[in-house]
Design a protein around this ligand. Structure first.
Ligand code: AHG
Ligand code: MN
Ligand code: MN
Ligand code: MN
Length: 334
């Protein structure tokens, strides 16, 4: 097998296909390098003294794990000095991070969920890093939070690293979705899946069913119909999976289809779901659409949602097109 590295893939995308500007290529290389460092820390586990709680709380009101904090620092440090960025934003930081004055600034803005699936860190279950790249608005001087509030359709790149039995990097720059496997001995990312596609139909769903009693009627209806199986209104049996790491659930869906749901529900008093628009929903929605799937907030296309706040939460329905369209239609009927 002829091995194509991430670097070669990106250079060809830039030079032969004119699909990405040089600056964006370099930015993606830096993010990939940071993910390699995070993967190394994750793989050390107890030996690297990276497990357990950091005993601090983030802006989301979550207790941070040591790896949440460490991964955030790795991404900040790696991306600060390259000259491609104007600013960064993260699930783990209250507000945006400006590039220090001693470094040159670029035209891109990077957003990330440094460590996705925090509840799985200490039990050795797959976790990941999710990232999204936006362009700084024309004429922007000192970046503000407002400059980040762009709809997901404006993303110029999105991806995730998955730290599982293998470490993978799944990437889109708006020209399909490709997957790279980390060769741990060589320290390089190798292209292992080209042009990933999500089957339009599926018989597998993912939702945290412990919240059933809080769901709104369209979600209850849809899940009931799936559970009714082949003699129910959908006429087929469904299997269920819930890993509690969005990266791992989305990766399964990119490979064999499925629908992933984290709905809004009737708690406190109108819980807008759990997942964050800018660090989770938007990058995953870009990947899913680029792979032929669909992603909505129940009512509208996710990538068309106009963000109002950096840390905004949003209901998420994504994956195989026909099923996402079905549950979205149920919401639109009410
Ligand atoms: P994070 O670890 O970045 O805070 O995100 C966790 C998210 C997501 O990865 C996952 O799908 C979901 O939370 C799991 O939530 P429940 O614990 O409610 O199942
Ligand atoms: Mn978190
Ligand atoms: Mn997350
Ligand atoms: Mn996280």
């Amino acid at each position: 097998m002829k091995r194509i590295s991430l670097t070669q893939y990106l250079v060809e995308e830039q030079r032969l296909n004119n699909n990405i500007p040089a600056e964006l290529r370099l930015l993606i290389e830096v993010v990939a390098r940071a993910c390699k460092t995070i993967s190394h820390a994750v793989g050390k586990g107890a030996l690297g003294e990276v497990l357990g709680s950091a005993e601090t709380e983030n802006i989301q009101g979550e207790v941070q794990k040591k790896l949440d904090v460490l991964s955030n620092e790795i991404l900040l440090e790696a991306n600060e000095w390259g000259g491609h960025l104007a600013a960064m934003a993260s699930e783990e930081m209250e507000t945006i991070h400006l590039i220090p004055n001693r470094y040159p600034k670029g035209e891109y803005m990077l957003l990330f969920d440094p460590l996705d699936g925090s509840s799985n860190i200490d039990v050795n279950v797959s976790i990941g890093t999710i990232f999204s790249v936006l362009k700084a608005p024309e004429g922007m001087e000192t970046p503000t939070e407002q400059d980040f509030l762009q709809a997901g359709s404006k993303q110029v790149a999105a991806g995730y690293a998955l730290y599982g039995p293998q470490t993978l990097l799944v990437l889109t720059t708006g020209h399909g979705v490709n997957c790279f496997t980390l060769d741990r001995e060589m320290g390089s990312w190798v292209l292992t899946q080209r042009d990933m596609k999500i089957p339009v139909d599926t018989q597998e769903f993912a939702i945290n069913a412990s919240n059933t009693r809080h769901w709104y009627p369209p979600v209850t209806r849809y899940v009931d119909e799936m559970l009714a199986g082949s003699t129910g209104p959908l006429g087929k049996n469904f299997n269920m999976r819930w890993i509690a790491s969005m990266v791992a659930d989305v990766h399964r869906i990119l490979n064999r289809g499925g629908i992933f749901m984290y709905p809004a529900d009737a708690r406190e008093p109108d819980k807008a779901g759990k997942l964050r628009l800018m660090y989770e929903a938007n990058p995953m929605s870009m990947l899913v659409e680029q792979a032929g799937g669909a992603a909505t907030n129940g009512k509208q296309r996710m990538l068309d949602v106009q963000p109002e706040k950096l840390h905004q939460r949003v209901p998420v329905f994504l994956g195989s097109k026909n099923e996402v369209e079905r549950v979205t239609a149920y919401h639109q009927e009410t």
